[in-house]
Write a protein that binds this ligand. Structure first.
Ligand code: TYC
Length: 102
């Protein structure tokens, strides 16, 4: 291990620089059956968006087939995706949620 002039141990830059976690996008997929209002509520509830933001995301998914709700470290993205899928299933809607590296 290297020493500085003052005798302190010098850490390699790679040991000092905090590594940001890899981020994952969580996305909703369009379908023909899930009510728009339900999708807006999902986005508000699980992705902490206000009504206006949630409506814009829902409309993007509706018109383009898919839309990003947020990007998170892997474990948080997995949790959110599973929360959405469980909630949709509970209300018997076919809403699909997926994640991929950002
Ligand atoms: N296409 C649905 C409808 O017309 C609405 C919808 C939007 C469904 C977004 C899923 O992720 C979705 N009722």
């Amino acid at each position: 291990m290297a020493r500085t002039q003052s005798g302190d141990t010098a850490l390699k830059p790679s040991a000092v620089k905090p590594k940001l976690p890899e981020m994952f996008k969580v996305m909703l997929l369009n379908d023909d059956y899930t009510p728009m209002e339900f999708v807006i509520e999902v986005i508000e509830r699980f992705f902490n968006k206000d009504r206006e933001q949630a409506t814009q995301i829902m409309l993007k998914v509706h018109t383009e087939g898919l839309g990003v709700c947020g990007a998170y470290p892997q474990d948080i993205a997995e949790t959110k995706m599973n929360q959405v899928l469980t909630f949709a299933k509970e209300y018997q809607h076919p809403l699909q949620c997926v994640m991929e590296p950002a």
